[in-house]
Design a protein around this ligand. Structure first.
Ligand SMILES: CC(C)(COP(=O)(O)OP(=O)(O)OC[C@H]1O[C@@H](n2cnc3c(N)ncnc32)[C@H](O)[C@@H]1OP(=O)(O)O)[C@@H](O)C(=O)NCCC(=O)NCCS
Length: 201
């Protein structure tokens, strides 16, 4: 039996509010799949980025950071080839986005415009294909708080293991409680402020 009732297949919640008869969706782990982001997904990603609960963590430094996200996606086959972008599906529905990126390349990125210093974060990364940074979001609000964030990290971890990665990293703001909790419950440990890692060996 799965310890989290929300993940068991036929779970239907009885809402305490008698006026609210909505059924709470049951989510099966095997219904959550990552597929590579396609050109046609960029507009949806952009819509998600604009949502307040996402924008504040993905673009804390404002519009230039938002443009940088879109630029990185648009240049995914060129300058930013070391970022792998995915759309999260629940069955056939697109519900979120995630990525992994080889930190060996991130350490060369410095963006004064929005306070990103790759060398400070990943100066310790010895070689390519060693440590991968991950990022993730649930873009459709009705899918929040159902254990999907945790499943997305597990799916990313599977992919990073498949390509031979040794460590996963994430740099959430300490104020982003949902993100920090999602990482901790997937076995990440805080190595310093805003730097969480998980060894894969
Ligand atoms: C972070 C995010 C992906 C979490 O996804 P989710 O599917 O809602 O999270 P889960 O249901 O898997 O919950 C994972 C853990 O976080 C906790 N959590 C989730 N949302 C929370 C919230 N708003 N406040 C406090 N805790 C929260 C859960 O209780 C759970 O904790 P537990 O394992 O100790 O029980 C989602 O909140 C999101 O998309 N946020 C905006 C984008 C973002 O911040 N991404 C991370 C950037 S690094």
């Amino acid at each position: 039996m799965h310890p989290n009732p929300i993940l068991s297949s036929n779970f239907v919640s009885k809402n305490n509010n008698a006026n609210d008869k909505r059924m709470i969706m049951a989510i099966n782990k095997n219904e959550i799949v990552l597929k590579p982001l396609l050109e046609e997904d960029i507009a949806l990603f952009s819509t998600w980025l604009n949502k307040e609960y996402i924008y504040k963590w993905f673009c804390p430094n404002g519009e230039e950071e938002r443009e940088a996200w879109l630029n990185e996606i648009n240049e995914r086959n060129g300058k930013f080839h070391f970022l792998s972008h995915f759309i999260v599906y629940h069955n056939d529905k697109k519900i979120g986005y995630c990525l992994y990126a080889d930190c060996f390349f991130l350490k060369d990125i410095q963006e004064e415009n929005y306070n990103y210093d790759g060398a400070d974060l990943y100066g310790d990364i010895p070689e390519k294909n060693h440590t991968y940074e991950i990022g993730f979001l649930i873009g459709e609000e009705e899918y929040l708080n159902k254990g999907i964030g945790k499943i997305v990290i597990q799916r990313l971890e599977e992919k990073i293991i498949e390509i031979g990665g040794k460590e996963i990293a994430s740099d959430p703001s300490e104020k982003n409680i949902a993100s920090v909790k999602t990482l901790l419950s997937n076995g990440f440990v805080q190595v310093r402020e805003d730097d969480y890692r998980k060894k894969l060996y």
